[in-house]
Design a protein around this ligand. Sequence first.
Ligand code: CUA
Length: 364
Amino acid sequence: MNLMSSIISNLFVTTVGNPETFWLPEQASTVAQSVDVTFALINWICYFFFAAIVSALVYFAVKYRRTSHVMVTDGPTHNTTIEIVWTVLPLLLVIVIFVVGMRGYLDLMEAPEGCYEVQVTAQKWSWTFDHPTYGATEVAELTVPLGVPVRLLMTSKDLLHSLWIPSFRVKMDVIPGRYTSLWFEATKLGVYQLNCTEYCGKDHSKMLAKVHVIPADEFAARMVKLASEYVDMSIEQLPAYAINRLYNRCQSCHTLDGAKSTGPSFKGLWDRVNAGQVGFTSGEKLSDLFGSNTVYGVPENYIRTSILDPQKHIVKGFLGSMPSFQGQLKDKQITAIIEMFKNLDTLTDEEGNIIVNRDGTPRE
Ligand code: CUA
């Protein structure tokens, strides 16, 4: 899109559901319009005064340029009319901007009655979305109903993050040790980008999620299914479920292709663990902890502990920055992750790409 037509189309952002413009992504929530109107208003004022001031500057510079060395006049000392105009006019303008901005701000701050509530947990470097109404949990994906106000109640497990959905025009800091909230009502079906917009460390740029807006009458069924999808799975079905549904909360720190990241790669992890070939920063070796009357008995217990109490044994060469997943994973989901490790070579190719769908069928 060329610059001029983008700027022109931007100047008329007033109807709900406008497509992307040069300045802003498409509008997909009820508050988007008022945010964009405020933005366009301030933008217009800037264009107008930029043009007016620069043209006056050029005009006067030419008209009153120095043509001789004779002093013509001492110049005026003051002009009451001009001084009143340049005081009152900007005052009126900032009052208008304040009123328009304040109305939009109040809209954004006050969630309507009867919102559908989602609990959001941010941690380095993933988003977890809990639907308490259904007991369902999503990671790196948030499904919301179309045309229903949704309130996000958010907190962080480690440090400052910030949740931002550009198409919904909502953004709010997510802070450890307290709750913040925001609300939106989606006005368009589709998939929208959600970002972390507060620099939170090495993989800040990977702290992303997708917002899926689905028809309101399909929402309840989708959530019920999500809440219970793994409950009736057989042990053979668990690895494909884990790699597609659970691995996304590990992926910012644990690769599948063997590359070192914030944590050890999952590639070959089961073989290393099973053989006890893991060294810890304490100087202990995993093989010393196996066997009867020892810490772990069987290797599976080491993995379980690593998920629930990651600081207990920190693998040599890593900083031990993993948060605990206590309370976030059900026992069967932990089993699914262990089964995923055991079967990783059937779930991924050599480059670490996932090659199966959630139901176990090959991925195209
Ligand atoms: Cu979380 Cu940036």
